[in-house]
Design a protein around this ligand. Structure first.
Ligand code: HEM
Length: 476
C-alpha cells in the first residue's frame, strides 16, 4: 500500500490500482484538470502503485519549481521514457550530468545571439526555402505539417551540427520521420505510466517500437559520423560555429587538464544532441500548426494580425523579432495560442529527497506534475478558456498585457532552455507567412478542428488549408 500519510489531499481510489482506470476513460490532461476543479490546484492522486502530486496553478508551480526548485528538479524513474533515455542527454538527466549539460547548452545558445550567428539569420535562411515550397501549394488543399517540420529541424540542425539540407532531401526526411515517430511511442501522463509491467509490454509490443529502436541507433550512428568529421576539422580556421564544435573544444580542454569525471564525452554529446532535436522539433512545429489552425478558423483574428503586420512591417521587407514590440495584437495572438494549445501540457518532475510543500509531506521520488494545461484552462482565471480570444491579453489602450498564468515553457531550474529560440521561430514564421498568404478553408475539407491528440505534446489533428497569395506575381 502506498504510504500517503500527510500527503496533499485527493482521491484515493481502489486498493492497489488507485484511480488509474480513470485514465482509460479520458486524457490525463483533462483528468488532472477536472480533479483540480474538485480538489483545488494542489492535490495528490493515487495512480497504480504511486501517489502523484499535481500542481495546477501558477502559485504552486512557482512555489515548487522556483522557490523550492532544488527539491523538485529530478525526473520520474521506472518509466519507458526514462528507460529509453537512461538519464543521459539533458531532458531526462539528473544531478551533475543534467546540471553541466544544461549550463553548457545555455552558454552556447547565448552565443548564438549576435551578428552573423544570430538566431534570426538561421531562421530566415530556412524561411526562404519554406516560402518556396509553400508557393507550390498555393490554391490547393495543403497540409503544412511536413514542410514545417523539415524547416524547423533544419534550423536546429544547422545551429547544432553545422549541416543544412535541401528541402526534400532524403536524409532530412528520414531524420524528421524518426524524431516525430519517437514521440508517438510514449504517452507522458497516461494510463500506462502507472502500470510498470504493462507499460513495458504495452509500449514495446507496439509495431512501431522496433522501428523507433532502429531509428535511435541509426540516429546515434549518424551523429557519431558527424562527431568524427568535426574532430577532423576542429582546428580549421575557416570552420563555422556550432554546438558540436563548442562541445569538442571543451572536451579537449578538459582532457588536457587531465579531468576524468566530466560530461564532455562523445557518448554524452550524442545523447545531448538527440535530446535537443527531439524536444526542439515537435514543440515548435506543433505551436506553428496551432497558429495556422486559428488563422483559418477565425478569419476576424487573421485579419487583425495581418493588418498589424501590414501597418508595422509592411509587405516588402523581412520581419525582425524586434518588430513584435510594436505589435500587441500579434503578441496577444501568440500568447493565446500558447494558452489554448498548451503545447507541452505536463511538466513532470520528481523529488530527489523527502521534503514538504505547503506543509504536506512529499516522499522521496514522488512524481510532481506541473499541469500547465490545467493552468491555461482554469475557468476561475480565464472565465471562458474554451474560446480562442487574443483580446484577453490586451488592455483598454490596446496594449499587450502579459499574464502570469501563461507558462508554456514552465518555470524554475528545469524550464525550457529553448524558449528564446522558439519564440523567434514562431514570430518570424507567423508574420512572414501572413505577409505573403491569406489562410482559408480548403475546398472539400472542414475547418480544422481544435480536437487534439495527447502525447508528450498536445497535437491538433492533421488538417488541410488553402493558401492564397496576397500579391500574386503576374507572369508575363
Ligand atoms: C514552442 C516551443 C516549445 C515549448 C512550448 C517548450 C516547452 C517546454 C517545457 C514545458 C519543458 C519542460 C519544463 C519542465 O520540466 O519544467 C521543456 C523542456 C525543455 N526544452 Fe522546450 N519547449 C519548446 C521548444 C524548445 C526548443 C526549440 C528547444 C531547443 C532546441 C527546447 C529545449 C528544451 C530542453 C533541453 C528541455 C529540458 C530542460 C531540462 O530538463 O532541464 N525546447 N520545454
Amino acid at each position: 500500500r502506498v504510504d500517503d500519510r500527510d500527503m496533499p489531499p485527493g482521491p484515493k481510489g481502489l486498493p492497489l490500482i488507485g484511480n488509474v482506470l480513470d485514465l482509460l476513460k479520458e486524457d490525463s490532461v483533462i483528468y488532472f484538470t477536472r480533479l483540480a476543479e474538485q480538489y483545488g490546484p494542489f492535490y495528490s492522486v493515487q495512480l497504480g502503485g504511486r501517489r502523484v502530486v499535481v500542481l495546477s496553478s501558477s502559485h504552486w508551480l512557482n512555489q515548487a519549481f522556483v522557490r523550492q526548485g532544488d527539491m523538485f528538479n529530478h525526473r520520474p524513474r521506472g518509466t519507458v521514457l526514462s528507460f529509453i533515455m537512461g538519464g543521459k542527454g539533458i531532458a531526462d538527466a539528473e544531478d551533475t550530468v543534467w546540471r553541466d549539460s544544461r549550463r553548457f547548452t545555455l552558454h552556447v545558445l547565448r552565443d548564438f545571439g549576435m551578428g552573423k550567428r544570430s538566431v534570426e539569420n538561421y531562421v530566415n535562411r530556412e524561411l526562404q526555402d519554406f516560402m518556396e515550397v509553400t508557393q507550390k501549394s498555393v490554391g490547393r488543399a495543403y497540409n503544412p505539417h511536413y514542410d514545417l517540420a523539415t524547416s524547423v529541424l533544419n534550423i536546429v540542425w544547422h545551429m547544432f551540427v553545422g549541416e543544412r539540407f535541401q528541402m526534400g532531401d532524403n536524409t532530412l526526411r528520414w531524420i524528421v520521420d524518426s524524431l516525430e515517430l519517437s514521440l508517438t511511442l510514449v504517452e507522458q501522463g497516461g494510463f500506462l505510466n502507472y502500470m510498470p509491467l504493462l507499460q513495458f509490454i504495452g509500449t514495446f509490443m507496439k509495431p512501431r517500437a522496433v522501428k523507433v529502436g532502429r531509428n535511435v541507433l541509426h540516429r546515434l550512428t549518424y551523429i557519431s559520423e558527424l562527431i568524427a568529421k568535426h574532430k577532423a576539422t576542429l582546428d580549421d580556421p575557416d570552420r563555422d560555429f556550432d554546438l558540436m564544435y563548442e562541445f569538442l573544444l571543451q572536451q579537449r580542454k578538459e582532457l588536457r587538464q587531465g579531468k576524468t569525471d566530466t560530461i564532455f564525452t562523445d557518448n554524452q554529446l550524442k545523447w545531448l544532441l538527440s535530446d535537443l532535436f527531439i524536444v526542439g522539433l515537435d514543440t515548435t512545429v506543433t505551436t506553428l500548426r496551432w497558429c495556422f489552425l486559428f488563422l483559418v478558423r477565425q478569419q476576424d483574428v487573421q485579419r487583425r494580425v495581418f493588418k498589424e503586420v501590414e501597418a508595422t512591417i509592411g509587405l516588402d521587407r523581412q520581419p525582425t523579432y524586434e518588430d513584435r514590440l510594436k505589435m500587441p495584437y500579434t503578441e496577444a495572438f501568440i500568447n493565446e495560442v500558447f494558452r489554448f494549445g498548451s503545447i507541452t501540457p505536463l511538466a513532470v518532475h520528481a523529488s530527489p529527497e523527502e521534503t514538504t510543500l505547503g506543509g504536506y509531506r512529499i516522499p522521496k521520488r514522488t512524481w510532481v506534475i506541473g499541469n500547465l494545461y490545467g493552468i491555461h484552462w482554469d475557468k476561475k482565471v480565464w472565465g471562458d478558456p474554451e474560446n480562442f480570444r487574443p483580446e484577453r491579453f490586451l488592455n483598454e489602450a490596446g496594449e499587450f498585457v502579459r499574464s502570469e498564468h501563461v507558462l508554456p515553457f514552465s518555470v524554475g531550474r528545469r524550464n525550457c532552455l529553448g524558449e528564446s529560440l522558439a519564440r523567434i521561430e514562431i514570430f518570424l514564421f507567423l508574420t512572414s507567412m501572413l505577409q505573403k498568404y491569406e489562410f482559408g478553408v480548403a475546398e472539400g475539407f472542414e475547418k480544422p478542428s481544435t480536437n487534439f491528440r495527447c502525447g508528450v505534446t498536445l497535437n491538433p489533428c492533421e488538417y488541410h488549408i488553402l493558401l492564397t497569395e496576397r500579391n500574386p506575381i503576374i507572369m508575363p
